[in-house]
Design a protein around this ligand. Structure first.
Ligand code: S3P
Length: 433
């Protein structure tokens, strides 16, 4: 396990291009493998999680070539995945584990087992098993709800499915299964969540119909995705943005980052806290389903913050950045509250417990609640040691906390950052000059 030290920083200056979007890269790999014609993906994310996706597609029979500036996926077509020899290893990738079964469930007469690392084995799959069973698939999971699990493919029946919790992963899984089913499959989301799957399907020739909270796709014979360009990941950019807001004297430019409105909830929360972030963010497109992903540059500067309340409806649009909201809250004036975020307990670590305990150990005043946390701003953090628990976002949270702290922070398990942001420490070092 690698230890890394992040000392109190003088300031961050210059520009950074965040790594490519992890969510979009996973989807590009899967849709590329589902396609009948080769798909070129530029700016694919080369990180541990998304390498797992490419390996999984190879295991299913796709040919994948990786060049310096593009990944080319020669897929198997929708209904002709190969027999995998042995379990498909999803590594640490929850998105791969929850999206892929939607496609596999429609492979008539074939069975696939999915497994991953120790953290994946603690993450439930009942949320996808339930709708897939309703569509006719048979899913055998460990203890009824955990990996390793086996998907027995069949001829699927279309369903109308109301998501019990807002989850882009579950929504995407059902939509992919809907492509394999006869008739129209509808997913109803309680509140909006990231819509990359819908956009990519629309760009691949599928009619994706949105009517408020209802999203409908019908069974298709083939997918014809256009060549794709993956924007920078706003969830990775968020760490640099938070560092620039927190460290006095900072002013940075974040280049070519995704500005899809379903991913910029954190920026809206930060702006409400008084954070200086200037950029052209996408407005919600209403019921239209754009076939592309917007991107742009952001200017960020240090400034004082005030506490805020994040309610359940905002949570899915900022889900992976909520640990950073906790950190910002430590430096803000007044109280910062996050509610309706019980999903955080099911991420790469129990992010309510690991964030609250981790930041407390650095001198923060935080209380965990069942569905979020309450932070009392004290104007700063002392510093100390934080463990990543193998969670990439916790490792990077510790690093940013260190730069903004008075005494610096040691992160135990910094290697976890490679899951989504392999060049994190180098990019940070460059901004610190
Ligand atoms: C993701 C959706 C979110 C997010 C995860 C990636 C996706 O999970 O936390 O990191 O790519 O669809 P849920 O949809 O389960 O909340």
């Amino acid at each position: 396990m690698s230890r890394a030290r992040f000392d109190h920083a003088r300031r961050l200056r210059g520009s950074v291009t965040p790594p490519s979007d992890k969510s979009i890269s996973h989807r590009a790999a899967i849709l590329g493998a589902m396609a009948s014609e080769p798909v070129r993906v530029r700016n694919y994310l080369h990180a541990e999680d998304t390498v797992s996706s490419l390996e999984a597609m190879r295991a299913l029979g796709a040919l994948v070539t990786i060049d310096a500036d593009e990944v080319v996926i020669r897929g198997t077509g929708l209904r002709e995945t190969g027999e995998a020899d042995g379990p498909i290893d999803v590594g640490n990738a929850g998105t791969l584990m929850r999206l892929l079964p939607g496609w596999l469930a429609g492979q008539e007469g074939r069975s696939y087992t999915l497994d991953g690392d120790a953290s994946i084995r603690r993450r439930p799959v009942d949320r996808i098993a339930e709708p897939l069973r309703r569509m006719g698939a048979v899913i055998d999971a460990t203890d009824g709800r955990l990996p390793p699990f086996t998907v027995h493919g069949t001829r699927l029946t279309a369903i109308d499915y109301e998501l019990p919790v807002a989850s882009a992963q579950v929504k995407s899984c059902v939509l992919l299964a809907g492509l394999m089913a006869e008739g129209a499959t509808t997913v109803v989301e309680p509140v909006p969540s990231r819509d990359h799957t819908e956009r990519m399907l629309a760009g691949a020739g599928v009619t994706v119909h949105r009517d408020g909270a209802r999203i409908t796709v019908s069974g298709v014979d083939e997918l014809t995705p256009e060549d794709l360009v993956v924007p920078g990941d706003p969830s990775s950019a968020a760490f640099m943005i938070a560092a620039a807001v927190l460290v006095p004297g900072s002013r940075i430019t974040v280049r070519a980052t995704g500005t899809n409105w379903t991913r910029t909830g954190f920026l809206r929360i930060l702006q409400r806290m008084g954070g200086i972030v200037v950029g052209d963010l996408e407005d919600a497109p209403g019921d239209a389903v754009p076939g592309h992903e917007p991107l742009g540059d952001l200017e960020v500067a240090h400034g004082p913050l005030i506490g805020t309340v994040v309610e359940a409806g905002e949570v899915p649009l900022a889900i992976d950045e909520l640990p950073l909201v906790a950190l910002l809250g430590c430096f803000a004036e007044g109280e910062t509250v996050v509610r309706g975020a019980q999903e955080l307990r099911l991420k790469e670590s129990d992010r309510i417990a690991t964030v609250v305990d981790g930041l407390r150990a650095l001198g923060g005043e935080l209380e965990a609640t069942d569905d979020g946390f309450v932070v009392t701003g004290t104007g700063g953090l002392r510093g100390g040691t934080i463990g990543s628990h193998g969670d990439h976002r916790l490792a990077m949270l510790g690093a940013v906390a260190g730069l903004a702290s008075s005494d610096g922070v040691t992160v135990d398990g910094m290697e976890a950052a490679a899951v989504s942001y392999p060049t994190f420490t180098d990019d940070l070092a460059r901004l610190l000059g």
